[in-house]
Write a protein that binds this ligand. Structure first.
Ligand SMILES: Cc1cc2nc3c(=O)[nH]c(=O)nc-3n(C[C@H](O)[C@H](O)[C@H](O)COP(=O)(O)OP(=O)(O)OC[C@H]3O[C@@H](n4cnc5c(N)ncnc54)[C@H](O)[C@@H]3O)c2cc1C
Length: 486
């Protein structure tokens, strides 16, 4: 950090409640600016809340959201990718419209062209934004004849072109189930465990950041000119005063709002994705998305690849990813939507084994409609990736959300997608600047000193240990890193 900025800073103390992607990224950005930050996280490691597996660089998994929201997701994803480069799984996504769906692939093309033009514009503004490949290859259409022709091509060990990525689709997907063209788009994956490792390793190196894991905030009070935060750290009761408070408690943000008497309308939704394995499958797959109407038996099916034949499956039906009464709203007397106990028990205590088996099997059946061989080879491999997320306001389809403030010294992080975390951090820094805690700062300037010094190897090693501690197959901590020269 620039010495001039440092010497002009007031010695403000900033507390962040919750070390999910929102709180951890805010801590990292504030920490890089030399601010005095205390991050208090209940769990043993950071980013341990609901899963994050898609970057959403363009929002192409959501037909129902407005173009403006897709453009925001594209811009935010590029920023997030540049901050956490070793947490990104560089593999494209195939988007397909099934024969029995009311939509057509042609409906999707105008939006893709708009996104492509925006990507081109972002690269013209800053060449370092070219992180999703060449803009002219942001997406590609494949006709039935083109995919059929790939059936005779051998699967490539390390695909390096969109055509090579498409070969496994030609070999394994039942093409009669799909409308054509199918679309391949540069929508990458995010590796949750690498994200957790990247943020935590960087924060550990910042002397101005206190990182308290295994620490739970029990009470918050507003004093005349500060916030009193009471928390338990490794079983001991602690109390400290702070000048600025950031509520990044994820789906439990409403509990912190309630402690302070701040009303807020929000939704909370519980969802799950299932971890399966195709034993012996060493193919490098793209992600596959088969569209379908949310909440119906044909709800969107998502086939998310990991190394060593592991696949994470989503099915937007109530017997797979969604749950009856899994979406709840806040009430007039509380900012915290109340999830039924059957969901909070899953989050706090774990899943009944029979439900893991039955829902994972439903997910396998749902995907096997399009990949018939999967039904006979797939096995259930671990507990699901699951959790609850908040959505500010009352629109359950909102995907690009940010931060809100109460007064000048209280910020509430309300992201729906991980990619919004950096925008939230920028908004908070802007507010800290208005308060005089920071003199010089230019929005979007991420000339960081510490975060880029963490090596891919350090991140990979720590991600593996986090993955093992959380009892998932260790392969889930690996991903295809950005090819050189891309
Ligand atoms: C099944 C599923 C799949 C998803 N897939 C994607 C995806 O592919 N891509 C994507 O971008 N998003 C995805 N999401 C959404 C994404 O997971 C969330 O939006 C995101 O994790 C929210 O981050 P957050 O930091 O705001 O909250 P969280 O990750 O929930 O973090 C909040 C943190 O606060 C801590 N905390 C809470 N209360 C306290 C307290 N009193 N004291 C101390 N700590 C506290 C919690 O332990 C937690 O670590 C998915 C969500 C689900 C449910």
């Amino acid at each position: 950090m620039n010495a001039e900025i440092q010497s002009n800073q007031k010695n403000a103390r900033i507390a962040i409640i919750g070390g999910g992607i929102a709180g951890a990224t805010a801590a990292l950005c504030l920490g890089e600016l030399g601010l005095d930050v205390t991050l208090i996280e209940k769990g043993p490691t950071l980013v341990n809340g609901p899963p994050i597996c898609h970057l959403h660089a363009g929002g192409n998994l959501y037909r129902e959201i407005p173009v403006a929201e897709c453009l925001t997701l594209l811009r935010e994803s590029i920023d997030l990718l540049r901050l956490y480069p070793y947490a990104i799984d560089y593999r494209p996504t195939v988007v397909a419209v099934p024969q029995n769906d009311k939509g057509t692939p042609q409906d999707l093309i105008p939006r893709l062209k708009t996104l492509q033009a925006e990507y081109q514009r972002l690269i013209e503004l800053d060449a370092n934004n070219q992180v999703l490949g060449a803009p002219e290859q942001y997406f590609e259409l494949f006709t039935l004849a083109q995919v059929e022709a790939l059936k005779s091509r051998e699967i490539v060990e390390k695909p390096s072109s969109l055509i090579e990525w498409m070969i496994p689709v030609a070999h394994h997907v039942d093409l009669t189930q799909l409308k054509f063209p199918i679309i391949m788009v540069q929508e990458y994956g995010v590796n949750l465990f690498r994200l957790a490792a990247s943020a935590e390793l960087a924060l550990q190196k910042m002397p101005n950041c206190a990182l308290f894991t295994n620490s739970k905030v029990d009470a918050v009070q507003s004093l005349t000119d500060s916030w009193q935060v009471d928390y338990q750290r490794d079983g001991k009761n602690c109390s400290e005063n702070f000048d600025f408070l950031i509520n990044a408690a994820g789906f439990r943000s409403g509990l912190v709002d309630d402690m302070l008497g701040f009303g807020r309308q929000r939704l909370v939704e519980f969802k799950a994705a299932y971890v399966t394995q195709w034993p012996g499958c060493s193919t490098i797959w793209p992600e596959l998305i088969f569209f379908g109407d949310r909440g119906t038996p044909e709800g969107m099916a998502q086939f998310t690849p990991y190394p060593d034949g592991y696949f994470q499956l989503h099915g937007m039906t109530e017997s797979i990813t969604l749950f009856d009464n899994g979406l709840v709203e806040s009430a007039d007397n509380s900012a915290q939507p109340k999830l039924p106990n059957k969901f909070t028990d899953k989050i706090d205590k774990g899943w009944p084994v029979e439900e893991i088996t039955s829902r994972s099997q439903s997910a396998i059946d749902h995907l096997s409609r399009f990949i018939p061989e999967f039904s006979s080879v797939a096995t259930v491999s671990s507990k699901p990736l699951f959790g609850a997320q908040q959505i500010p306001g009352d629109n359950a389809d909102l995907r690009a959300a940010g931060v809100s403030f109460v007064g000048q010294h209280y910020a509430r992080c309300e992201i729906v997608k991980a990619s919004s975390a950096l925008n939230v951090a920028d908004e908070i820094i802007h507010q800290l600047q208005r308060l005089g805690y920071l003199s010089q700062w230019k929005r979007g300037d991420r000339n960081f000193n510490i975060t880029p010094t963490i090596s891919e190897q350090e991140i990979a090693d720590y991600a593996q240990s986090i993955c093992i501690d959380r009892e998932y197959p260790v392969s889930l901590a690996s991903c295809n890193v950005r090819p050189k020269g891309l």
